[in-house]
Design a protein around this ligand. Structure first.
Ligand code: DAH
Length: 349
């Protein structure tokens, strides 16, 4: 009978050499160690032995069982290792060059906004933010823009229904809410919150009922600027804008102020620039932004005495700057999310 045990051990070793999968391993285990397995059956033979022979057989049985279980354990480890290796796929060649990984980049409009903000930060401007939903009063009335001004027409501005609720947007009276048509309303919100002297830059998204074409978009971005202090003059305005535009477009830039009209500045100007490094636009006067001295009416409205305080303001289109800087001829490129366009600017500033 002990010979039988030896034969079972040899059989187990031989079967396990041919086993290739977990299923085959389970099958082999059942054949030897299962309830009807050869070793289990052999163990039952102990009942047929005399009392004296039983201890020796018992010992031999234990040894055989230990050996067989050891074989199964080693075999299972091998099968599992093979399965792991298989699941890792083909061997890699460490000498191959790495697969290029594409990091996301910043949008060209984000780059321009950050650049504009960083230029103004250097001369003491801080960033003021406000919501994209505004009220008609802050967007127009407070900026000296009368009731019959075309900007206030539903053809030009996106109005919210009269009963829409905006608990985070303070109204002056019971006026309508609108999507802000410019960032100039941040001037008023800032002047109500902060005491002069102050210098703020307010970048943000604006909305108008424009039909989209190469130079118009219903959704675009501006940066407002506001400087209020004592004895502020047009010279300060010109110096600050010259510094800003030179930082942005280079030192060879020339600028000029052209008289214009905005309801909330008096006098008002358009700023034109000319530079030799602007591709097709080189050496031509290009209109870049609006500006002016804060209208005394606006100062009075925020309870500042115009005889004591004065200031200047300006408004700049972020898309316009990006288009001039990079020679982009169609505003729609900014919003189409085409990687072939966007990836060209991901590291630009
Ligand atoms: N808000 C004007 C616009 O959207 C731009 C502007 C012009 C802003 C003159 C100003 C300014 O602060 O002084 O067209």
């Amino acid at each position: 009978m002990e010979n039988d045990l030896q034969a079972i051990v040899t059989q187990a070793e031989a079967i396990l050499k041919t086993v290739k999968s977990r299923a085959e391993w389970e099958q082999a285990k059942a054949t030897i160690l299962g309830p009807n397995g050869s070793l289990t059956q052999a163990a039952k033979g102990i009942g047929r032995l005399s009392k004296e022979d039983r201890p020796a057989f018992g010992q031999a049985l234990n040894q055989a069982k230990k050996k067989v279980e050891g074989f199964f354990k080693t075999s299972l480890e091998l099968i599992e290792n093979q399965a792991d290796i298989h699941s890792l796929g083909e061997k890699t060649d460490p000498s191959l060059p790495p697969v290029p990984h594409h990091l996301g980049g910043t949008h060209p409009l984000t780059n321009v906004r950050r650049k504009v903000v960083s230029i103004f930060r250097k001369i003491g401007f801080t960033v003021a933010e406000a919501t994209e939903v505004e009220t008609e009063w802050f967007c127009f009335d407070a900026l000296n823009t009368p009731e019959d001004h075309p900007a206030r027409d539903a053809q030009d501005t996106l109005f919210f229904p009269a009963d829409s609720k905006w608990s985070n947007i303070a109204q002056k009276n019971k006026e309508h809410h609108v999507l802000r048509t410019h960032t100039s309303s941040v001037q008023i919100r800032t002047l109500f919150k902060e005491k002069p002297p102050l210098r703020v830059i307010a970048p943000g998204r604006c909305f108008r009922r424009d039909t989209v074409d190469a130079t118009h978009s219903a959704n675009f971005h501006q940066t407002e600027g506001l400087y209020v202090d004592k004895n502020v003059t047009i010279k300060d305005l010109k110096a600050v804008l010259d510094y800003f535009l030179k930082e942005l477009f280079g030192d060879q830039l020339e600028t000029r102020l052209r008289p214009s009209f905005f309801p909330f500045t008096e006098p008002s100007f358009e700023v034109d620039l000319k530079a030799p490094n602007l591709g097709k636009l080189s050496n031509k006067w290009i209109e870049i932004m609006g500006c002016g001295m804060v209208d005394p009416e606006v100062l009075k409205l925020v309870n500042l005495n115009p005889d004591e305080w004065s200031g200047f303001a300006f408004g700049l289109g972020i898309e316009r700057v990006a288009m001039i800087l990079h020679g982009i001829d169609d505003i729609r490129h900014f919003y189409q999310n085409d990687q072939r366009f966007l990836s060209q600017f991901s590291n630009a500033t």
